[in-house]
Design a protein around this ligand. Sequence first.
Ligand code: ATP
Length: 234
Amino acid sequence: MLEIEGLHAGYGDVRVLHDVTLRVDEGEIVSIVGANGAGKTTLIRAVMGTLPTTSGSVRFLGERLTGRQSHEIARLGLAQVMEGRRLFPHMTVEDNLLIGGDILRDTARQRRNLGWVYEMFPRLRERRTQLARSFSGGEQQMLAIARALMTGPKLLLLDEPSIGLAPVMVKEIFSRFPGINAEGVTILLVEQDVRRSLSLSRRGYVIEQGRVVLEGDRDFLLGNEEVKRAYLGV
Ligand code: ATP
């Protein structure tokens, strides 16, 4: 579904990603984990085409993403939840959701997707007239995820959904991913919370200083001595 091959990218003369190769297959939950500054956000920018790549390729369902407008990427079936959430605090929950679906420019589909999202997140339906700013950090993250789902994506890309949240909220949010996945949404999770994200993934990649240093299925990575020592505090 998503194929990244030999990707190099950076900012001006600063090279951040070196020869990154990874893939996400349809139906999977895959994690990309690494410490602060490892290059995770840069990788997402390169995937979404907002950062030009020096060499290598990114393909989603066989199509190149580089240089495409965000609405084209959304129509191809790729949605992203950025770090920082970027909600409209003075708008209601429902308006935030509808804005998420606006990019489709298809009102009927937008309405259908709203119903689908409300089925997955009944709390959002109950609170649809509340302003987004009245939500706690964790609830806002949930709303940001729901908003991304408003485009009915095939692949949902999440950039550090745990950031800045209390552990109980992180747990609550991560507990939703298998259900979203079961609705036919493939998930790529980019995280610093290595244990939690690997635990619910089928496979994962560890990146350090812009390179993939380790990859494998969940049990292999969670049992790996290097991973345990560097990321799991074992
Ligand atoms: P974090 O968890 O802090 O978001 P990350 O793994 O997402 O970390 P990146 O944000 O991709 O890491 O940063 C990787 C490297 O790229 C860092 O060394 C960072 O200083 C550098 N970098 C990030 N953004 C820029 C920029 N706009 N200009 C120059 N260098 C940058």
